[in-house]
Design a protein around this ligand. Sequence first.
Ligand code: GMT
Length: 370
Amino acid sequence: MSLRIGVVCHASLGGSGVIASELAQGLARAGHELHVFAAAPPPRLDVATPNLTLHRVVTPTSPLLPAGEYALALASTLAKVSTEARLDVLHLHYAIPHAVSALLARGMLGTARPRLVVTVHGTDVLTLGLEPALEPVLRYALRSVDAVTAPTRFLSAHAHAAFGLPQAPDVVGNFVDGARFSPKPHSSRAEKVLVHDSNFRPLKRVDDVVRVFAKVRAALPARLVLVGDGPGRPQAEALARELGVADGVDFRGVQRDVAPALHEADVFLLPSETESFGLAALEALACGVPVVATRVGGLPELVEDGVTGALLPVGDVDGMAAKVLALLTDDGAWQRASVAARKAALTKWTPRAALDAYEAVYRRVLGRGV
Ligand code: GMT
């Protein structure tokens, strides 16, 4: 029996919006009625998908409102559409402020439906959500909704402990479309290509990407492709100049489609301070690109050290450069890692598994059995 499902996400750059958009599209294609809520069209949402409606949350601004009232505008929109469309479930991606807005909406309706499912994604429970100004309200919200899910065992255990949840969130892995992200064989080239893709926030440590690249380039011909944008970009540009490698660094900015950059890549770099999952790395693996990353958060659940890439301590620029060079100077090792990367992406992180798992959560909270 098909369900009427609301999906709420941030429209900014980031994996949570990608997962929410692709999940909504997949569920709509499977015959469910989907309503997506966001402040603007999420970057990867195809609004022309049949059975899918985008509801833009419009926030009034006034000198009397210090930071805009998005959370309240979202609550009003959720309450209105939940009634009009008779939604069964609201699936909130990224807990802040969505979980709180949804609880408020349901309180306004005075009904048990829609049921509320929250997927925590990362900084909502790792850093931002632990701020004294937000932790109490987030703790209340996560303990009050019908179900919480997390994309890795790491994030599930963290949320369980940090917020005193009655049980560990269900682990429902993120996923990748293996047809859209597939290897594009290129003949072995003299010049190797390193790729990084992120929102350039400090925790992504884009400076380390540039430093690793400088070391690699000192050993063999190489260039660096940086996809995305954010606060760390000016510093990364300055560092590339300072290290004398600026002519080899290609700042591509925000790309609607990141697959072309991954098709050029020989190695993907993700030297983050923390990462609940690392969706950008999964997209690289699906393209058969080995990943050199940090051994933090959920990354060990995604990247198999020595098989699909390498994992090093945070800040170990020398170690990461050595692993990159080891892969780039041994065709056999690179081929094995590339094949293993694609295989892992296609077997462990499929859209089918995620869609089925989320649907089972929805049916469980609706009390309909799985
Ligand atoms: O939490 C964030 O920093 C933003 C969030 C997002 O909206 O993209 O990223 C998180 O969710 C992604 C999708 O589940 C994960 O791939 C990222 O690893 C995660 N970011 C962090 O944990 C820092």
